[in-house]
Ligand binder design. Structure first.
Ligand SMILES: Cc1cc2nc3c(=O)[nH]c(=O)nc-3n(C[C@H](O)[C@H](O)[C@H](O)COP(=O)(O)OP(=O)(O)OC[C@H]3O[C@@H](n4cnc5c(N)ncnc54)[C@H](O)[C@@H]3O)c2cc1C
Length: 384
């Protein structure tokens, strides 16, 4: 029996799911190797809680070394090159050869794409930045809090709204809300456009009801000390700034020529295969057109990465064993939107449905907050 070499690049949501499922399904038939620069898996949906001190860092990360007991080899290294013709991946520690490759490298942040971002903006798009923002939130005594989105696409379309609601709730509880003004800016035309205008209006209404001023269609040009300037010529002053950083595909996939004009990797949206034999891509690193969706491309979210990784892993296993049927990804996903006060809203749907997306929205309630806590516990336990 020959042993297939499977490389999974990236130990975030998609890579964790794919490597687990491949090892479980293939056992001795394959050698599954996961390459990740960090030694821990980190869970970004908990970062909004981390920024408010509602979670400690050790509660939202897990040691990837624990995957060894599942038969997964974890290499803690930086992927520097990918050659899909020669089927080799370069790392600092040497070359790795593969028969099947799963690209789950996510997105990187181009902080210098917006002048002044690096110096003046805070965000929670990685754990260390979320902790720095926590300190800034604690120091803030009043003034204008600006919350916004620099560029699309970005991960988790609900996250910046969640940040706005949670900050408003936080300063209300600290009883300094009279001294705080909230401004939300985005280049999008309505909140969370991927879910359509009807649900977007409900989110806009929630923002209004909390006194958060909403400014759509504003593309950020520059951040100066205490002032945002937009391409339209408008400006917004601020004392505390949260801004989603510009996202780009990781350099090794761009340099390997795997991306297209969108800047991301095109895939078959049902099988996650790329145009290269034996090479799959899942999650944030991909771009999937939604011909009948509300937005031209599927948003970037962990729930999609999870579903896509399952499909890629099952199909690789089927190819290797010759057993089972090929699977197709269903385009389904859901997302929580924390609004503070122990409450959350919930969105669920099929984003690739024909003739158009089928999406439902559940208004804020305690049940959805409780469900998000269960979702977090599942992620921190199930895969390790
Ligand atoms: C604040 C916040 C809240 C969120 N909330 C939700 C939510 O509630 N629901 C939801 O569905 N999604 C949510 N998301 C989005 C979700 O986290 C991402 O969409 C998801 O993690 C994407 O999975 P992925 O596997 O594609 O990429 P990632 O999980 O980002 O994994 C990519 C991995 O590749 C590694 N990597 C990259 N380049 C290299 C390299 N050259 N060498 C070695 N390793 C490399 C990275 O270190 C990373 O660990 C949230 C995101 C944020 C930031």
């Amino acid at each position: 029996m020959s042993v297939s070499q499977i490389l999974v690049l990236g130990g975030g949501v998609g890579g964790l799911v794919a490597s687990n499922m491949l090892a479980e399904r293939l056992g001795d038939r394959a050698k599954v190797t996961l390459v990740e620069r960090k030694d821990k898996f980190q869970f970004p949906p908990s970062y909004p809680w981390l920024m408010l001190g509602m979670r400690r860092p050790d509660q939202v990360q897990k040691d990837l070394g624990a995957l060894k007991k599942k038969g997964i080899k974890v290499i803690n290294d930086e992927v520097s090159s990918i050659d899909v013709e020669k089927r080799v991946v370069g790392t600092k520690g040497g070359d790795l050869y593969y028969d099947h490759l799963v690209l789950a490298l996510g997105a990187e942040y181009a902080l210098d794409a917006v002048p002044g971002f690096r110096e003046h903006a805070r965000h929670i798009y990685d754990l260390e930045s979320a902790l720095r923002f926590k300190d800034a939130i604690e120091r803030f005594q009043g003034g204008t809090v600006a919350i916004g989105i620099s560029r699309t696409p970005f991960k988790c379309p609900a996250a910046p709204y969640e940040v706005a609601f949670l900050l408003e709730d936080h300063y209300r509880k600290k009883a300094i809300q009279d001294k705080v003004k909230f401004e939300f800016f985005t280049p999008e035309s309505s909140p969370v456009p991927a879910v359509g205008p009807e649900i977007g209006n409900k989110v806009a209404e929630l923002l209004r009801s909390r006194g958060i001023n909403y400014h759509p269609k504003l593309r950020l040009e520059e951040i100066k000390q205490n002032e945002l300037s937009f391409e339209s010529g408008e400006t917004i002053p601020f004392d505390l700034l949260f801004c989603v950083p510009p996202h780009v595909a990781p350099p090794p996939v761009v340099e390997a020529g795997l991306t297209n004009e969108t800047g991301w990797i095109p895939v078959n949206p049902r099988t996650m295969e790329t145009s290269h034999e034996g090479v799959y891509a899942v999650g944030d690193v991909t771009s999937i057109p939604t011909p009948s969706g509300y937005v031209p491309f599927l948003p970037k979210a962990g729930v999609f990465s999870h579903g896509q990784a399952e499909v890629a892993a099952k199909n690789i296993a089927t190819k290797i064993t010759g057993r089972g049927k090929a699977r197709e990804w269903d385009g389904k996903g859901s997302c929580f939107l924390e609004v503070g006060g122990g409450q959350g809203a919930f969105v669920k749907g099929n984003f690739l449905a024909e003739p158009g997306p089928e999406i439902e929205f559940h208004m804020p309630g305690r049940v959805w907050h409780a469900q998000k806590v269960i979702f977090e516990k599942y992620w921190m336990r199930h895969w390790f």
